[in-house]
Design a protein around this ligand. Structure first.
Ligand code: F6R
Length: 603
């Protein structure tokens, strides 16, 4: 969601910006733009609505310079138009600025300081750049004006700004929205995430909330808003450009679905030692052992992985678990237990809804763990402990391998915690064997892609609505399966507790309505079979996805053997593939579905 890139000190600035923006495409956007300055009085601003390829077409060969900033915009304030695309500029064309985040007091600032200024856009961002200019016109230098504006601005932001009068530097600031500095030899870059600049450097420096950076080609000066200098070392990002390429795949989503068996093996190798003992931080387990309740906080697919996790932790560790949506929990925090422990699940580690809960948890001095796919992400840095998903970069907007990895890591953690508690349930749960079964089970499903494609065509061609139903663990899974289908195929899909349908929603079932029924949950299996009959009697076209143990003749997809607790790791895969093929059949942009962003950095 909104991406920022910037570079200073290279002579192929335009190229670096455009390539960087392409790498950030996965985050979701609806317009894009660059500002390039040749430090010799000449500068260029190019903006386009739509894909980066449109922007590339609009960039002529003379757009060259030694400093530049670029942006992909995901519309919040104002429609996706050229005027609303970033970079925004002050009315005297002195300052150019890109922004990721949402300014909450922009109307107030506009009324108070900028009532006589002409605005070109409807965005909150333009207020920031006009405000800097307003203070510059009062005689402040660029940096002082920038700091003054920052001291008044409320909300979330990552800013990068170029002052035409000082084109030897980029002004950078951050609050709540992600931004990194990348270090080069005789040049420096900025980016919303390291993937954008891996071709330039693997060495990065974090910027923390409330900090300002003056970036020049040979120096990085970090300070707090009040001017106090900050010293911070760099870290190396161990990713290859090849990790983020599609290879021979038509879409990242299919590649990422196919990678899941390997992700299971990687998690197993990393967290389970050769002697079978678990590689989980002792302090983390001791802290969790003191908790009388675990609170899992997440959004979207990660929330669904949390629902699966609840079952795993409650059964293996005998501890009560609440699973909460960050967007709700942060604002309506219920009465907490006496000794809560918070687990944040987040693929990106940047989700603003979850982060605002973590900020409150930290204010309350409560212990927390972030389970994330992105080391050094905001949620990972700010939680007391971190565990990595090790799934490799997930580029497709629809999350697949991060969901299965989250369940796998939850299973490892539950086993480790249960062992610390000395519970038989933990001893009986052979996580190493289960992850091996998961890897093989996923493989057998992805090997049956052609069959699943046929089923997707048969059940979903021409359909507007679909239902996923199941009980217990299959209900949690149905929510994720339905989300996958709706977000990329745009078919209206609902995940339902199988027993709930008859309490109202069954009214929507008519001749030919596709219903995907999950039967992996031992306790619920026979009842779900009853619910299948109810919808069939009303004309539904039912596709059953059942585990080997509970399968009956006529069931279309059979899930290989695995412990029920983590069965969604395998049984979600047919749903991922069904969604993929339904999206393809409709001619949708599978990897970048409409209106969506990969990393949701606004609340
Ligand atoms: C759906 C999807 C989203 C994310 C959600 C949370 O396929 O990817 O629902 O799961 O936006 O994102 P993270 O996990 O990065 O916190």
């Amino acid at each position: 969601m909104c991406g920022i890139v910037g570079v200073i000190g290279k002579d192929n600035t335009t190229d670096i910006l455009l390539k960087g923006l392409e790498k950030l495409e996965y985050r979701g956007y609806d317009s894009a733009g660059i500002y390039v300055n040749n430090q010799d009085g000449k500068d260029f601003l190019v903006k386009e609505v739509g894909k980066i390829s449109e922007l590339e077409k609009a960039v002529t060969s003379d757009v060259q310079g030694l400093v530049g900033i670029g942006h992909t915009r995901w519309a919040t304030h104002g429609k996706p138009t050229i005027e609303n695309a970033h970079p925004h500029f002050s009315d005297d064309n002195r300052f150019y600025l890109v922004h990721n985040g949402v300014l909450t007091n922009f109307e107030e600032l506009k009324n108070k300081y900028l009532s006589d200024v002409h605005f070109n856009s409807q965005t909150d961002t333009e207020v920031a750049v006009q405000l800097v200019d307003h203070f510059a016109k009062q005689g402040m230098d660029g940096e002082t004006a920038f700091r003054k504006a920052l001291s008044l601005i409320e909300g979330s932001y990552a800013f990068a700004m170029v002052d035409k009068e000082q084109p030897d530097r980029i002004f950078v600031a951050k609050n709540k929205s992600p931004l990194l500095i990348g270090l080069g030899d005789g040049f420096n870059v900025i980016c919303s995430d390291a993937m954008a600049m891996l071709e330039e450097t693997h060495e990065y420096v974090e910027i923390h909330d409330g900090e300002v950076v003056i970036l020049k080609k040979n120096s990085v000066e970090i300070s707090k808003l009040d001017g106090t200098k900050v010293q911070r070392g760099s870290y190396t990002v161990n990713l290859d450009a090849s990790d983020i390429s599609k290879g021979t795949y038509a879409h990242y989503m299919l590649k990422e679905i196919d990678e899941q068996p390997n992700v299971m093996r990687k998690i197993s190798q990393n967290y389970i030692k050769n002697d079978g003992t678990l590689n989980v931080e002792k302090d983390l387990l001791d802290e969790m052992n003191k908790a009388d309740r675990l609170y899992i906080v997440a959004a979207g697919t990660s929330y669904h992985a949390g629902l699966v996790g609840r079952n795993i932790f409650e059964k293996i560790c005998d501890v009560p678990v609440d699973v909460e949506l960050g967007s709700e929990f942060g604002y309506h925090m219920p009465k907490l237990s006496k000794h809560p422990f918070f687990i944040f699940l987040s693929q990106s580690g940047e989700t603003a809804d979850s982060r605002q809960v973590l900020v409150k948890v930290n204010e309350l001095n409560l212990p927390s763990l972030t389970i994330t796919n992105v080391a050094n992400s905001t949620l990972s840095r700010e939680a007391t402990y971190t565990m990595e998903l090790l799934a490799g970069p997930e580029i497709a907007v629809a999350s697949t391998k991060a969901y299965t990895a989250q369940i796998a890591v939850e299973a490892v953690l539950a086993k480790a915690l249960g062992e610390v508690k000395g519970l038989q349930s933990a001893k009986d749960f052979d996580v190493k064997e289960q992850l091996a079964l998961a890897a093989n089970g996923i493989q057998s499903i992805v090997d049956a892609k052609d069959k699943i494609k046929k089923l997707a065509d048969e059940f979903l061609t021409g359909q507007r609505d679909a239902f996923y139903i199941g009980r217990g663990i299959d209900y949690a899974l149905s929510l994720e399966a339905a989300l996958k289908l709706k977000e990329i195929s745009y078919i209206h899909a609902e995940g339902f507790a199988a027993g709930e349908l008859k309490h109202g929603t069954i009214a929507l079932i008519e001749k030919g309505t596709p219903v995907f029924a999950y039967v992996n949950d031992g306790v619920g299996a026979s009842h779900t079979r009853g619910n299948i009959q109810e919808v069939e009697a009303r004309g539904a076209n039912v596709l059953v996805i059942a585990s080997k143990k509970y399968a009956e003749s006529g069931d279309q997809i059979i899930i290989p053997e695995i412990d029920e607790l983590i069965s969604p790791i395998i049984s979600v895969v047919p749903a991922q593939l069904i969604a993929y093929y339904a999206s393809l059949a409709r001619g949708n942009d599978v990897d970048k579905p409409r209106n969506l962003a990969k990393s949701v950095t606004v609340e």
